[in-house]
Write a protein that binds this ligand. Structure first.
Ligand SMILES: Nc1ncnc2c1ncn2[C@@H]1O[C@H](COP(=O)(O)OP(=O)(O)OP(=O)(O)O)[C@@H](O)[C@H]1O
Length: 332
């Protein structure tokens, strides 16, 4: 659905050049929720805004739904952009217009007939749970309600893609979750492709299918959230994951460390007594040093750090049994 090829972006301020993006290649499949996570200044906004050419890349090509946007003239680009909705951290609503008029705005721009605007606005108010706020002004709304207006407005022209620029960063945790659930609901109902940028791992873990980690204008890691979250490769990815997990204090003795394991359960195996069955057959004992059971979007997962005690052969056999039962076993 979206393909970025070799995207670069340089900004020039005075005699200084900033390489905001360097050789970014990215593919987002139709209907998926793709997250880009990175620290402040990493290049997230520049990357997101490159997709609809709000920020024109210095080099590289952008394709959306098979069309190369970077090759289009101004008029064609304007029409293709209507198929790409966008929402913002600070909402960008028209303060002098009511909720209904804010949502109607993009429809009026393309001269939609009045009756059709009425119908569409009512549908979007209902979809975003704003029916009771139709005649209010943005100043009379909470942050979460303002973002709902932003989402309704972004959907007015039935886009195929929704770009979310730190859409929940100005919201409290509970409101963040309600907005994330709304995005997930829209994605599922309409098959809308969503690309979001964030600095919060919680956002990625809650709704994204795949994730890319951006650092210094480069994508340093990308893949399915389950893979990147459970097996992070890059130090920056690990930092982000520590936002939502506790780092483990490992005992330092070399002898003990040889029997420390990190076990990862994914999907149905999360709820099965695989560890206790494995030690029953080998006579090895175990103590749990750390444990988590949670969900990555809809996929349950568990991670345990355990210390195994027993003779070398029995420990080895236990590890083999755990692996044979589908667990990922990392010897720490
Ligand atoms: N218009 C501009 N002129 C000059 N430099 C810019 C401009 N916009 C962004 N930059 C620089 O490009 C780099 C990437 O900025 P960008 O806004 O994409 O990062 P970000 O990851 O979105 O950061 P944040 O989370 O703080 O918004 C930064 O070094 C930033 O200072």
């Amino acid at each position: 659905m979206i393909r970025l090829e070799g995207i670069t972006k340089q900004y020039h301020t005075g005699s200084k050049q900033v390489d905001a993006l360097s050789g970014v290649d990215l593919t987002v499949a139709r209907g998926e929720i793709f997250g880009v996570i990175g620290h402040s200044g990493a290049g997230k906004s520049t990357l997101l805004r490159s997709i609809n050419l709000l920020e024109r890349p210095s080099g590289g090509r952008v394709f959306v739904d098979g069309k190369e946007l970077t090759a289009l003239g101004a008029k064609q680009l304007q029409s293709e952009r209507r198929r790409i909705g966008m929402i913002f951290q600070h909402f960008h609503l028209l303060s002098s217009a009511t909720v209904a008029d804010n949502i109607a705005f993009p429809l009026k721009l393309v001269k939609t007939p009045k009756a059709e605007i009425e119908r569409k606005v009512s549908e979007l108010l209902s979809l975003t749970g704003l029916e009771d706020h139709r005649h209010k002004y943005p100043s009379q709304l909470s942050g979460g309600q303002k973002q709902r207006v932003g989402i309704a407005r972004a959907l007015a022209n039935d886009p195929q893609v929704l770009l979310c620029d730190e859409a929940t960063s100005a919201l409290d945790p509970q409101t963040t979750n309600s907005i994330l659930n709304l995005l997930l609901d829209i994605n599922r109902r309409f098959g809308l492709t969503i690309v979001l940028i964030t600095h919060e791992m919680h956002v990625i873990r809650s709704i994204c299918d795949r994730v890319a980690v951006i650092h210094g204008g480069r994508l340093v890691e990308q893949g399915p959230v389950t893979e990147v979250f459970l097996k992070p490769q890059h130090p920056v990815t690990r930092e982000f994951i520590e936002q939502v997990t506790d780092p483990v204090e490992l005992p330092s003795s070399g002898d003990e460390a040889a029997r420390l394991l990190r076990l990862t359960f994914l999907g149905d195996s999360t709820y099965e007594p695989i560890l206790s069955r494995a030690v029953q057959s080998t006579g090895v004992t175990f103590s749990i040093l750390q444990g988590t059971i949670s969900k990555l979007k809809d996929t349950p997962y568990g991670q345990l750090v355990v210390k195994l005690e027993g003779d070398g052969e029995a420990v080895k056999q236990t590890i083999e049994t755990l692996r044979a039962n589908g667990l990922d076993v990392e010897v720490l």
